[in-house]
Every structure is written in structure tokens, then in C-alpha cells.
Design a protein around this ligand. Sequence first.
Ligand SMILES: Nc1nc2c(c(=O)[nH]1)N[C@H]1C(S)=C(S)[C@@H](COP(=O)(O)O)O[C@H]1N2
Ligand SMILES: [Mo]
Length: 334
Amino acid sequence: MLIKQARDIPSSEITPESVYRQRRQLVKALLAGGALLAARPALALDRYTLDADEKRYPGPDWLQAQLRSAKAGQPISGEALTPYAHVTGHNNFYEFGLGKEDPKQKAQGFNTDPWKVEISGEVAKPGTYTLEDLLKPHALEERIYRLRCVEAWSMVIPWVGFPLADLIKRFEPTGNAKYVEFTTLQDPAQMPGQRSFFSTLDWPYVEGLRMDEAMHPLTILAVGVYGDALPPQNGAPLRLVVPWKYGFKSIKSIVRIRFTEQMPKVTWNQTAPNEYGFYANVNPKVDHPRWSQATERRLPSSLFSPNIIDTRMFNGYADQVAHLYSGMDLRKWF
Ligand SMILES: Nc1nc2c(c(=O)[nH]1)N[C@H]1C(S)=C(S)[C@@H](COP(=O)(O)O)O[C@H]1N2
Ligand SMILES: [Mo]
């Protein structure tokens, strides 16, 4: 696996402006001649060079321009990106099986375009929208975030998305909207995990946030990763990313966003309330009843090189989010 970021390239390798301009002229000339019309234009985020055997997910044509114009994200200093192979090959997406490699194997045929999202509940402008219409007004940006699974492994992932707050404002929640509930597609014909006799979850998968958490600038809806569209195994075509909470809050393949007055009944909390709280904030001091949350395995990790690091309060985002929970007993509201 070889991933090179533009920032790692020494300045001597960066193309001088004049050469760049000449190249642009050349590209324009070729385009005018039709020579390059079939080729996909370079993504703004095409700085990620993947191994030849890695599959890219360009996504639908209508998403291309938005992905290409996404502005690059701020790297996390001292923390390398988790390689693409792990981000797209080690997944939790129980609709496609319980194994970490199941989603990549079983979700490749998953039909994610066209896609519809219902906006409902306590909002002035409810309705069902195509994803294309839903995304149209939003400029995409890259966000490089830690993802800490409740199972005590973690990654650093370059998502492409936009603030959930910007979407929420468009639909004008009413004064009664205290929470936002998200629902994943239910389609057993496409999702083998929803047909499985061994499944322990009630479908569809549901998650939720308090309104102030949903409006927080760190909370995004992602449509891409590593500069391209989301692969199906990562929750294409639209998933939530809440970086200071355990990964299970970051619900995949969303078909409904509903504003509610009551705290939503969310999947993992309903399944095992003593193990998974509604808030699910990353907290090294509150252990899971069956294991410690004090440390985590930062992927890639192996038996001989486990790469164990300390877990940080709110997954390292305490400066930005701790105020949301001031005065709350985080042992009770885990
Ligand atoms: N619909 C749905 N969303 C889901 C899950 C799932 O099983 N179904 N798993 C969650 C868990 S436990 C984690 S850790 C993250 C994993 O995201 P990733 O596979 O993109 O790394 O997705 C979350 N979102
Ligand atoms: Mo997870």
C-alpha cells in the first residue's frame, strides 16, 4: 500500500506555475479537439495515489464536479492517514454481514444511485428529495477525522462531505425539534445481513443526535472518502460522521432524517442498553462492561505490531465539544 499526499511532496517536485499554465493550455487544446473527452478529469483530491489493485469509486456522474471542487482538509498533526485498503476493507456494516471483510465482499452490487432521502418530523419543509437535489446547494470539503469504534480499534479517515448543520438549516426545524433521528435503508433483497437468521439487530438501523450535537460544526454528512465517492461498504451514498462519538453513531446509507421532540430509539442502545448509551461519547474512563476503553488499536495493527495508543476524551476533540456536556454525569449518560 502506497499513499502519497501532496503535503509530503518536497517543494522541488511541485510544478512551477508557468509549466502548470502551459499544461492547462495544452489540456484545453486537447479538450477542444475532443482527445480527452473520454478521460475523467483529475479530482481536486487526486493527490491520493493508490496502489494499482485498489478500486476507486468515482460515484455517479452528477457528483463528479462537486467532488472535484472539494477543498482539501487539515491533516491531524502526528497521525498518519489509515491506508485506503483498511478504510475500505475493514468495516462494520451489519446489513452486509458481521465479519469485518463482509461489507467489502457483499456490498459491491449495492444500488446507491438514484437515491432518495426523506426529511420529516418537526420541520417547516418536509419532503422526499433525490440525493442529487439534496446535495446541490452544498460545497463539499474534506475532513480528516479519527474514527474510534466502540470495539477499541481506530482509524484516521479523509472524508468528503459538508456540515450537517447546513442541511438542517435549509429545512427549518420547528421549536419542538430537540433531536434528529437517522435511518438506514431497509432492503433485505440487497442486504444479506437483514435476511440472516443470526442477525441480532432489529432493522432498519437507526441512530440519533441531540439537536446541538447535530448542529455542531464537526458533525458532517459524508458522500466521499479519499477524494472519491464513498464505496458501498463505507455507507454510500450518504452517511453521518460524528468524530467524537463511537463509530456506531456514524450511521450509513441514510434514507430518512427525522426531527423529533423525544429522544429517538436508536439501534445499539435498544439492543443492549447497559452496553451502548444514546450519547456514546468516546470516553477512556468509562469502560464497556466487557472490555476497557482506555486504549485502542490504531489500524493498521497486527499481532506483532499491535500499535496500541491511549484513547482520548471525546476522541481528542474535547476542546471543541466538551461544553456540550457540561454538568452532565458522563458515567450515567455514557
Ligand atoms: N447502517 C449501519 N451503519 C453503521 C454500522 C452498521 O452496522 N450499519 N456500523 C457502525 C460502526 S459500529 C462503525 S465502527 C462504523 C464503521 O464505519 P466504516 O466501516 O466506514 O469505518 O459504521 C457505523 N455505521
Ligand atoms: Mo463500531
